[in-house]
Design a protein around this ligand. Structure first.
Ligand code: BES
Ligand code: MN
Ligand code: ZN
Length: 498
């Protein structure tokens, strides 16, 4: 798909389709009024008859509208003007792109990007439009023998801006949006791949490929190297599987040489059966998504590299498969982590934290500015926050604030949960320094508390994406969250967000 930005009036566009918005209560947006004027009241009459009432999600396709140079005009209902905020804007773009791709038009010019959104700049509207459009057009059909044939594929999208002065910032925002969209697509595809394809070795190859394409530093640590480092906790997770564990490390150096790196750590369990503490059968297939944290940090890296952001970024992916083989960890086993702290494994299904804790200790050697881990860590987080917000925990309030803000900017939101000392008691073990579970109550918090014990030497945040990384049901599939949040966080830190 080709994208561009343009300023000019809607009635003068030589486009296969011009897309304009209509608010509820029959209120035409300014571009719609311009077309209506050129067409001597043609749109107003259609709206008056009730064929387009402006309800959010409604669409109406018109052909050969008098006074225009385009083949088609697509009207998009925007809902109530007063309620037209971030979310309604994203929904309107999504609706427009989906409707457009079902017409015969091979290109479209969207005037929805000209509509004011409270507190948002024109650059924000363009960036979001690019992300949402690519998200709406994403397909994952590599395992379907008959591909969904699109008869008239959309080849070009143009976003309109009101003033010529908005063109330059719009171009930069468009490039950022497309880079983020590419990262989101990578994360979705890795997430959607089945566990028999996307193994720890597959993730390692993907990382090496990324490194080759963009000349990044990439290192894959094998079992022996991890043994030498004393990563007994991480390695214990892989013992029940025939798939060898991998520790993937990637460095992007786009910032000053002396600038400390931002470090992202992603949980890469390529299938989580629960191990000896086996999960129930229902929906167990969805545990192929247990590497979505890994997918999201690789996706974020792709976005940052593609937009050539002036920052130093290190990505660490500890990866393994959690299976109940003969050599698997058993409840009651005690392992020793790289930090020296010992862990009693009371439930082999709480494997994410066992894997991540050693990766967090390993991160120390990079003298990080901040460390953010991303993990489909707990079912309890889904109970707490549902599928809307990711759970955010941090040992530094400034970092938490920056991440919440980035999530808001990116429309990929998180919500902060407590990490108070009182919760640490949940992890008491009679036999080791700590247990790997803290009971049902406050399950997302005790998991974060566990990780916090390995993140004492730097500013750290943890995103529990168990509820946001994928969708179940008819739309089952990875979402690519929180790539947009993380990319916006890094862009803001580099002073590249406007
Ligand atoms: N990967 C799961 C978390 C998960 C479960 C994510 C369901 C999304 C949906 C994780 O490894 C896990 O199994 N966690 C356990 C922890 C418990 C044993 C303390 C859980 O949440 O049940
Ligand atoms: Mn598990
Ligand atoms: Zn898991």
């Amino acid at each position: 798909m080709e994208f561009s930005i343009k300023s000019g009036s809607p009635e003068k566009q030589r486009s296969a389709c011009v897309v304009i918005g209509v608010f509820e209560a029959r209120k035409l947006t300014l571009p719609a009024e311009l077309i209506d004027h050129a067409a001597s009241g043609y749109l107003a009459e259609i709206v008056r008859r009730g064929d387009m009432d402006g309800k959010a999600g409604s669409t109406l396709l018109l052909h050969d509208v008098p006074g225009t140079l385009c083949d088609r005009v697509l009207l998009i209902g925007l809902g109530k003007e007063k309620e037209f905020r971030d979310q309604a804007y994203g929904a309107a773009i999504r609706c427009a792109v989906k409707a457009l791709s079902e017409t015969g038009a091979s290109d479209g010019t969207l005037f929805l990007t000209e509509i004011a959104v409270k507190k948002r700049s024109s650059a924000w509207r363009i960036r979001q439009a690019a992300i949402v459009a690519q998200e709406a057009l994403y397909r994952f059909e590599q395992f379907k023998s008959k591909k969904d044939q699109v008869r008239h594929p959309l080849r070009k999208l143009t976003f309109a801006v009101e003033r010529r002065g908005e063109l330059a910032p719009g171009e930069e925002a468009l490039a950022q949006g497309l880079a983020i969209a590419a990262g989101v697509a990578l994360a979705r595809t890795l997430g959607n791949l089945p566990g028999n394809v996307c193994t720890p070795a597959y993730l390692a190859e993907t990382a090496q490929q990324l490194a080759k394409e963009h000349s990044l530093d990439c290192q894959i640590l094998e079992r022996e190297a991890m043994e030498a480092l004393g990563m007994g906790s991480l390695l214990s997770v892989a013992k029940g599987s025939v798939q060898a564990p991998k520790l993937i490390v990637l460095h992007y150096r786009g910032g000053r040489q002396d600038e400390k790196p931002q470090v992202l750590v992603g949980k890469g369990i390529t299938f989580d059966s629960g191990g000896i503490s086996l999960k129930p059968g229902a929906e167990m297939d969805e545990m192929k998504f247990d590497m979505c944290g890994a997918a999201s940090v690789l996706g974020t890296l792709k976005a940052i590299v593609q937009m050539k952001l002036a920052t130093n970024l290190t990505v660490i992916v500890p990866s393994a498969e959690n299976m109940p083989g003969g050599a698997a960890s058993k409840p009651g086993d005690i392992v020793s982590s790289m930090s020296g702290q010992t862990i009693e494994i009371l439930n082999t299904d709480a494997e994410g934290r066992l894997l991540l804790c050693d990766a967090l200790t390993y991160a120390e050697r990079f003298k990080p500015a901040t460390v953010i881990d991303v993990a489909t860590l707990t079912g309890a987080c889904v109970i707490a926050l549902g599928h809307v917000a990711s759970g955010l925990f941090a040992n530094d309030d400034g970092l938490a604030r920056d991440l919440l803000h980035a999530g808001d900017e990116a429309q990929d939101r998180a919500w902060q949960m407590p990490l108070w000392e009182e919760y640490q008691d949940l992890l008491k073990s009679n036999f080791a320094d700590m247990a790997n579970i803290g009971g049902r109550a406050g399950g997302a918090v005790s998991a974060a508390c566990f990780l916090s014990r390995f993140a004492k030497k730097y500013d750290w945040a943890h995103l529990d994406i168990a509820g946001t990384a994928w969708k179940s049901g008819a739309d089952k599939g990875a979402t690519g969250r929180p790539v947009a949040l993380l990319a916006h966080y890094l862009m803001a830190r580099a002073g590249k967000l406007n």
